[in-house]
Design a protein around this ligand. Structure first.
Ligand code: SF4
Length: 475
């Protein structure tokens, strides 16, 4: 008779007698309390079908099967591939100039260019540093302020990167995050010729959008929709995606927010909670809310998304895709916020107009409030020195689930990990117990929510979940 060996796994109780168990490979299985007990104490007593399922998902194997452990190791390595192949997302903040003063804006913004845009010599250095990354795939994202207000810088950087890439031959994608208010024919032609994707903010219908995104004529919505239409006509229908930020104004109207995305012809919506970093902290009571209020909003918005999909209108929620990709796919799409070790610094770098490099957008926003402790280095420093800096090492160490209270014994740590930047901005130190952080509280809820849906095993949802989990949907 062969002997069975139990591999390490975690489990999380969804209800008194329903448990989700997750193996080291990230495969999951739903178990009753009795099945969990037998798995740990007397696995040979489990029924043959369940036993075969558990073996195929790396919960247990026969003793002396080195092939199986090698297979498990390669499955784990496969999932870490995107995060360990060098910085692949390079965010360039060319200017802080912006014509909006949104309630939740995390940076100070300026109508004035003096000292708030990146000098061209620094921009050239950024373009060279990007290619020091060994990653074959590079995404270069321009943020602000509104980068269209300094189209000259944007154009210069894209042209420079294209010249360098004639020799490097990497797979480079360009993304421009903008309100679209300044979009014109010249820009559209340039973006079309250079395969540039636009990303804009649309917080919902006119009333919600204009109350969040303050513009002098109270007309932010009108101009964004006009820009959207122009981009679709002149660059291509799929050239623009949008994301929304949930504020107190949105909480009562999740259905209206989703319906606005359907009306505007989007096939995806990213329901994001508010990040209270940097300058957004000035306004917390007017715009913020509890995690419970956000999850209630999310649940209702998600139901509305399912409603539209059932009617044949395909619209996908991005957070759901990220979580489902983690749970259902063997290939991780590399979403930086949910990595262990953290993607901040390892996979993403932010080159700020002020001449410094930061591990994430949130880290550079702290600087705007006077806290410079999350600077990785100066623009022009070698990538090697940035990635081996003490700060980079500290971020990596404090983002390893095995070192952080809460994460070390969390069943979801195969899909998620601590967020040291979020811990730092909330509590002033990166090693704060994960369960103190908003990042953890929201993600725990998300994993519970989606596992509960998967457990119901309804064919329509399972088909949708598998389609949304495909990594090529995510970037
Ligand atoms: S951050 Fe929270 S949900 Fe994520 S692995 Fe850590 S403890 Fe689990």
């Amino acid at each position: 008779m062969y002997k069975l060996e139990l591999f390490p796994f975690g489990f999380h109780r969804l209800s008194p007698n329903k448990i989700v168990a997750i193996s080291e490979s990230g495969d999951y299985i739903f178990l009753t309390q009795e099945e969990l007990y037998l798995l740990v104490h007397q696995p040979s007593k489990l029924n043959n079908e369940l036993l075969a399922d558990l073996k195929s998902k790396y919960f247990l194997g026969e003793i002396n099967q080195p092939g199986l452990t090698r297979l498990l190791a390669s499955r784990i390595a496969e999932k870490k591939e995107t995060i360990l192949s060098g910085p692949s997302l390079h965010i360039i903040v060319t200017t802080l100039q912006c014509t909006h003063s949104c309630r939740y804006c995390q940076v100070s913004r300026s109508l004035d260019d003096k000292g708030f845009s990146m000098p061209i010599e620094l921009l050239d250095k950024v373009c060279e540093t990007i290619f020091e990354s060994p990653s074959q795939t590079l995404a270069v994202e321009f943020q602000g302020g509104d980068p269209l207000l300094r189209f000259d810088l944007l154009k210069h950087a894209i042209e420079r990167i294209n010249i360098i890439n004639k020799i490097e031959k990497r797979n480079v994608r360009f993304i421009v995050a903008s309100t679209l208010h300044q979009l014109n024919d010249e820009m559209c032609a340039f973006f079309k010729n250079n395969n540039v994707i636009l990303s804009t903010s649309l917080d919902g219908p006119k009333g919600i959008h204009n109350s969040n995104r303050i513009h002098y004529g109270n007309d932010s919505y009108e101009f964004t929709v006009k820009g959207l239409d122009m981009a679709r006509r002149k660059i291509g229908y799929d050239s623009v995606s949008a994301l929304m930020t949930t504020t107190r104004q949105s909480l009562q109207s999740p259905e209206d927010v989703v319906d606005e995305y359907v009306t505007q012809g989007f096939n995806e919506i990213f329901l994001r909670p508010l990040s209270l970093y940097g300058f957004a902290l000035r306004n917390p009571t007017k715009i913020s809310y509890s995690v419970k209020e956000f999850t209630d909003f999310y649940r209702r918005a998600f139901d509305r998304i399912l409603f539209w999909n059932n009617k044949g209108i395909q619209i996908r929620e991005v957070t759901a895709s990220i979580i489902l990709n983690k749970i259902l796919s063997t290939f991780d799409a590399g979403y930086v916020d949910l990595q262990n070790p953290s993607g901040f610094g390892l996979a993403v770098l932010v080159y700020n107009y002020d001449g410094y490099i930061y591990p994430s957008d949130e880290a550079r926003m702290l600087t705007e409030t006077g806290d410079n402790s999350l600077r990785l280095g100066k623009i022009g420093d070698s990538l090697n020195s940035i990635l081996s800096s003490n700060l980079a090492k500290r971020i990596i160490k404090s983002s390893l689930a095995k070192f952080i209270p809460g994460c070390m014994d969390c069943a979801f740590n195969k899909y998620c990990g601590p967020d040291p930047i979020n811990a730092f901005s909330q509590f002033g130190f990166m090693e704060a117990p994960a369960f103190w952080t908003k990042h953890c509280i929201i993600n725990t809820w998300m994993f519970e929510f989606f596992f509960a849906l998967l457990e119901k095993n309804e064919p329509e949802f399972i088909a949708l979940a598998n389609a949304w989990a495909k990594p090529n949907h995510l970037h």
